[in-house]
Design a protein around this ligand. Structure first.
Ligand code: TYM
Length: 340
């Protein structure tokens, strides 16, 4: 049990964007797997960040479908709404309200240095980059600080956003008095960066690749088997973990190890004397067996939207209670007069 000095469970918060119909294996191994592991021993809040998803142009019916599909997948992957608070970001208005306050504390240069913003805006060009993409990390900071989170389980690509959150929390506390808990990133070494199967030096990501190297959790076993069997491998024949010289094999070994629970050494041993073909076949089998019940369960949950909406209502109420209290304290600290 992760208890603080006063015997209270530690607070965990994380979020995920509903930008696609399916999460990918990087989302699961980098973040969601840790969410599941942390939900019982901590006071955990997990949200589907639909407001963040507005930074990418999406059709309304698509956003609705993807938001519910995200919730269904999270439950199918092991989140239990009885153990954690699972909710939709836009159901709790305090997220936007705190974001504005934090925007007034963030330097323009500071926000301009966020690498994800720089990458994405460079690709799109300034006329096609929305201001929401620029303030995205500040809304994320609000998500975290509102819940007084101690730990934030995320993948490696979120490290800089967590750093900004810490800076903003500390800045507010030192200017206006202790208001926010300063969170730590919870970034595990193994799985924090799952790479694209076709370009194993780049992270697995639906927005930046053709899709051939991305394992989608909701895809059919046939499609995923094909993708794994066509994964780019490296020169040589040995199945050894060497991220520099064998990024393709190392990425597949990381996936195999995370899904079987065997460490990298034991995983390598399983393939001593075997060739790349056998190895990829075995990785495909492990991935398919792991994902089959997840896909079935998510599809089953999506048959009953009323049930999902009921769970989300309960989640929103629990989240709102915590968030409103922090927002009230924040407004008081700032000298905003309460409505009375
Ligand atoms: P999103 O939706 O882009 O990603 C969700 C989570 O998946 C992790 N991830 C990966 N991990 C390992 N390997 C990969 N290839 C890979 N790709 C994605 C991400 O690190 C993330 O943990 N900005 C957040 C969403 C967010 C958030 C928050 C997170 C909004 N508010 C508050 C934590 C706390 C994001 O990028 O989500």
């Amino acid at each position: 049990m992760a208890l603080m000095n006063n015997g209270v469970k530690e607070r965990v918060l994380s979020g995920i964007q509903p930008t696609h119909d399916s999460f990918h294996l990087g989302n699961y191994l980098g973040a969601i797997k840790q969410w599941v592991d942390l939900q019982s021993s901590n006071d955990a809040f997990y949200c589907v960040v639909d407001l963040h998803a507005l930074t990418i142009e999406t059709k309304p019916e698509e956003l609705k479908r993807r938001t519910l599909a995200s919730v269904a997948q999270l439950i199918a992957l092991g989140l239990d709404p009885e153990k954690c608070t699972l909710f939709i970001q836009s159901h709790v208005p305090a997220h936007n309200q705190l974001a504005w306050v934090l925007e007034c504390l963030t330097g323009f240069g500071e926000a301009s240095r966020m690498t994800q913003f720089k990458d994405k805006s460079q690709k799109a060009g300034s006329d096609r980059t929305v201001v929401g993409l620029f303030t995205y990390p500040i809304l994320q900071a609000a998500d975290i600080l509102l819940y007084q989170a101690n730990k934030v389980p995320v993948g490696e690509d979120q490290r800089q956003h967590i750093e900004l959150t810490r800076d903003l929390g500390q800045r507010f506390n030192s200017k206006f008095g202790e208001t926010f808990t300063i969170p730590e990133g919870y970034i595990l070494k193994a799985g924090a960066k799952i790479n694209d199967l076709q370009d194993p030096t780049a992270k697995m990501s639906k927005s930046s690749s053709s899709g051939a190297g991305v394992i989608e959790l909701m895809d059919s076993p046939e499609i995923n088997t094909k993708k794994i069997k066509s994964a780019v491998t490296d020169t040589g024949r040995e199945i050894t973990f060497d991220e520099k010289d064998k990024p393709g094999i190392s990425n597949l070994l990381t996936i195999y190890s995370a899904l079987t629970g065997k460490d990298i050494g034991a995983s390598q041993k399983d393939f001593e004397g075997k060739g790349y073909g056998d190895f990829k076949g075995a990785v495909a089998e492990v991935v398919i067996d792991y994902l089959k019940p997840v896909r079935d369960k998510a599809n089953e949950l999506l048959q009953d939207e009323a049930h999902l909406n009921k769970l989300l209502k309960i989640g929103a109420e629990k989240a709102d209670a915590v968030a409103s209290k922090t927002l009230k304290d924040t407004y008081n600290a700032l000298g905003l007069i309460s409505r009375g």
